[in-house]
Design a protein around this ligand. Structure first.
Ligand code: ADP
Length: 436
């Protein structure tokens, strides 16, 4: 079968041919051919007008059936009609998917908000209204940062570093605590997921308060018990020998309890205290030398060689006492978990992307599978070894908290039997530039 366009050409040739033959008969060949071409043009223009009318009606939403067409035009109209029907069917399917997504997300208590590439609110589910007070369609196309007017949110939104969620009070109810998580997709569009975490937040506060209160209440009784025990140990001569060992053990355990309470109080303070804005320019070499001296003093009997490697004059913007606490915890651990006459290095250096303070020892080392869990509270590699060394299992949790408060991270590398390196990586922006 011939294709439609070829049939159409045949028809045109037939029309012109017939006009030519009639023209020969009547002696007016050109006139007859001209008339035939005009007739064909008129026919084509009529079909084009019908097509135009039909397409305009479709564009206006009028569901009109296609006009009657002849020849190539007929199949053209049919083709367009079939395409239009298919497109309507696809649009229907898309709408039903969209309806389902909207209905299911409306039932959720988590808000989903779509934000366009200019940072304007585009779409949200029902929970977006309850959690954030968004009103559809009034708030559509408003800048997200105009709607949630909180500098913390604006900062988080604009920095586009969404690996950690943002916790903030709800803009419509200050008693409600919300967690915002953003993700970018497509052409810099963003999906914002918002959860009400008031309950979790409340429990977390209760946990912190509880730990803080218990530690605080235990401090005095433990100090009293420790005091009496130390007194008794100083007067062992007047005590029956069978009591010597139990008294020594009691004193050792009460010192451990004192340390645990001290560390728990420190952790509670770090968790609840706002990050200090009054930072000092800490002279790093001086701080590391002080820590080296204190470590030597505390672990005198171990006779470690402690080395400080740090360019003079380097200064870091930090809370000095917190920084001392973090680095000294690492140095005391290095001394604790290294056999006598070990080698410990406290080193500070600027790298391409960070300023690093590291503590390296040639001690017992840590097996790789323990490393990711070391900063958890009370996590110990070897509980018996730790308790005999007076450890609380809280030291590295304290270090991590302090580092987070300084936008720094802790990196641990270790080879069992050979030693470990604990590196605190500070952002370079914390380094105080040397005077010109
Ligand atoms: P602890 O008070 O028990 O030392 P930390 O939180 O400071 O608690 O350390 C957790 C665990 O990590 C320790 O129990 C110990 O097993 C291990 N650890 C920490 N520092 C070192 C180190 N320098 N070498 C070997 N093991 C270490």
């Amino acid at each position: 079968m011939l294709p439609d366009w070829q049939k159409e050409i045949n028809r045109i040739l037939l029309l012109i041919g017939s006009a030519g033959v009639l023209g020969i008969v009547f002696g007016q060949v050109l006139l007859f051919i001209f008339v035939a071409v005009v007739v064909y043009l008129v026919f084509t223009i009529r079909q084009l007008r019908r097509l135009d009318k039909w397409l305009s009606a479709l564009a206006a939403g009028d569901d009109m059936s296609p006009p009657e067409g002849y020849g190539l035009w007929g199949s053209l109209f049919d083709g367009i009609y079939r395409l239009q029907k298919r497109q309507k069917q696809i649009a229907g399917e898309m709408q039903s998917i969209l309806d389902k997504a909207q209905e299911s997300s409306a039932a959720l208590e988590i808000a989903f908000v779509l934000i366009d590439k200019s940072g304007n609110l585009d779409w949200w589910n029902k929970a977006g209204e309850t959690l954030l007070g968004l009103r559809y369609p009034d708030d559509r196309n408003q800048a997200a940062t105009n709607f949630i007017r909180n500098p913390i949110f604006a900062d988080y939104f604009q920095k586009e570093k969404y690996d950690q969620p943002l916790t903030m009070n709800s803009p419509v109810n200050s008693n409600v605590v919300l967690e915002f998580q953003l993700a970018t997709f497509g052409e810099r569009e963003r999906l914002m997921v918002v959860r009400d975490i008031s309950q979790i937040h409340k429990l977390e506060m209760m946990r912190k308060d509880f730990v803080g209160n218990v530690s605080h209440e235990l401090r005095t009784p433990i100090t009293v018990i420790s005091g009496y025990l130390e007194n008794l140990l100083e007067n062992l001569d007047s005590i029956e020998p069978r009591w010597h060992k139990p008294l020594q053990q009691m004193a050792q355990q009460s010192r451990r309890m004192e340390n645990i309470v001290r560390d728990l109080l420190m952790l509670t303070r770090l968790e609840t205290k706002a990050v200090t804005r009054q930072l000092a320019d800490v002279e790093v070499k001086g701080l590391l030398s002080e820590i080296a001296n204190d470590t030597n003093h505390l672990f005198e009997d171990k006779q470690h060689k402690i080395e400080v490697i740090c360019p003079a004059g380097l200064r870091l913007r930090a809370d000095r006492s917190e920084l001392y606490s973090a680095i000294s915890n690492l140095a005391f651990n290095a001394a604790k978990y290294t056999a006598p006459k070990g080698h410990i290095v406290l080193k500070a250096q600027s790298k391409d992307n960070s300023f690093d303070i590291s503590v390296t020892d040639n001690g017992v080392g840590i097996e790789a599978h323990h490393i990711p869990r070391l900063t958890e509270r009370f996590y110990r590699v070897d509980a018996s070894r730790t308790s005999s060394s007076g450890g609380t299992g809280l030291g590295l949790a304290i270090v991590k908290h302090i580092l987070v408060r300084h936008n720094a991270t802790l990196d641990i590398s270790s080879i069992p039997g050979k030693g470990s390196t604990f590196t605190c990586r500070f952002p370079l922006t914390r380094l105080v530039p040397a005077p010109a």
